[in-house]
Design a protein around this ligand. Structure first.
Ligand SMILES: *Cc1c(COP(=O)(O)O)cnc(C)c1O
Length: 364
């Protein structure tokens, strides 16, 4: 058997044994054993997690999370539309790159990776820029920063701009109501806070907004409207080969989310994990990159030790040997590493992690 270690990485992440077991069978895409409403149940469950209100629908899309982001941007912007992309990290930057490659009318409003997007600057842009859409990342997984969701949603409503939210690393782990926030499209994926395995993303959007995309996609396989329409009229059928095992694992993961007590209960566990992590790391002498009020319950960046004999790879391997896989840093102008606490990871795991780090601090 392979040695097992916890993935303290925000996707792929540690899944439960029962989620993994759901994949131990060769599922057939069109057979009732696989299909029997599994996709439709997933779609309905996702909508319920997003809002108690009506008017929203959901679509599942093959590929990693980025494919779903690309599907939304490449389908939702009509030729007369123009989008403002908020960028304070790698994932905001990725949305800007998608707009660039697809030739979409767009502007990018950039901030430092360690800085919150500035609401006044956003308001000034929206007041003068002729924008139809705004796109922002909710939890910037680059740093772990939680961007100001409610205030930006309010600005979008005030200026009648359609709001696209990359909630990839937060949906299912942080409570939100997409209808209250007047979100046009929310994007997430199977291998983040729902605690499934990688293979597809999903989009929760206003049904009217998805219908507005009809005939507008810049790609055949990433056509959001077509994918939605086929699922709607064919009882959850995917247009092209569906990631059967991933879908089955995801259905199991959704059941386990409900068993845990829903998104609020999961958020409480993630917050407890994060607080234990942050406190334990600070006691060991590690400083978080961001001030505590900007932390998310998802992932935390820490400055690397400055000792001359510190080396991330060596630290990583030593921790892996003790059963924990952490993440390299992704910030462009600071030397740091990241530890995620989403997935089937519990406060006792974080306590074990802190003890393991205390043991492997070879650089002191
Ligand atoms: C994980 C993630 C994505 C998608 O990344 P993929 O590698 O394509 O799955 C997008 N945005 C954010 C904020 C993420 O955390």
């Amino acid at each position: 058997m392979m040695t097992h270690y916890l993935l303290l990485t925000p996707g792929p992440l540690t899944t439960s044994d029962t989620v993994k077991q759901a994949m131990l069978k060769d599922w057939c895409t069109w057979d009732d054993d696989y299909n029997l409403d599994v996709v439709q149940t997933i779609r309905r469950t996702l909508i319920k997690l997003a809002t108690p209100s009506t008017g929203y629908t959901s679509v599942l899309m093959q590929g990693s999370g980025t494919a779903s982001v690309e599907s939304v941007l490449g389908s939702a912007l009509l030729p007369e539309d123009k989008i403002l992309v908020i960028n304070n990290g790698a994932y905001g930057k990725r949305m800007a790159e998608i707009c660039q490659i697809l030739g979409l009318a767009h502007e990018v409003l950039s901030f430092k990776e360690t800085q919150l997007p500035d609401l006044e600057q956003i308001a000034v842009k929206l007041a003068t820029g002729g924008f139809s859409h705004l796109a922002m990342v909710h939890c910037e997984t680059t740093t772990g920063m939680l961007n100001p969701l409610a205030p930006v949603a309010q600005l979008c409503s005030d200026y009648e701009v359609r709001f696209i939210l990359d909630a990839m690393s937060s949906f299912g782990g942080i409570t939100m109501d997409v209808a209250k926030l007047n979100i046009e499209f929310l994007i997430s994926s199977a291998n983040k806070c729902i605690q499934g395995v990688p293979g597809f993303g999903f989009v929760i959007g206003k049904q009217a907004a998805i219908e507005r995309c009809k005939g507008n996609a810049k790609s055949l396989s990433l056509d959001l409207y077509d994918q939605w329409h086929t699922m709607e009229v064919s009882n959850g059928k995917w247009r092209f080969t569906s990631p059967t095992h991933v879908v089955r694992a995801f259905a199991q993961a959704l059941t386990e989310l409900a068993d845990e007590g829903g998104v609020a209960a999961r958020q409480a566990r993630y917050m407890q994990n994060q607080q234990l992590l942050c406190q334990g790391m600070q006691e060991l002498g590690f400083e978080p990159l961001l001030p505590v009020n900007l932390h998310s319950p998802i992932i935390t960046s820490f400055y690397s030790p400055t000792a001359p004999n510190y080396d991330f790879k060596r630290f990583y391997e030593a921790l892996k040997a003790k059963g924990f896989v952490i993440y390299p840093g992704k910030v462009s102008d600071a030397n740091c590493f990241r530890i995620g606490n989403i997935g089937a990871v519990y406060p006792e795991d974080i306590a074990r992690l802190i003890s393991a780090i205390a043991e492997v601090k070879y650089w002191e």
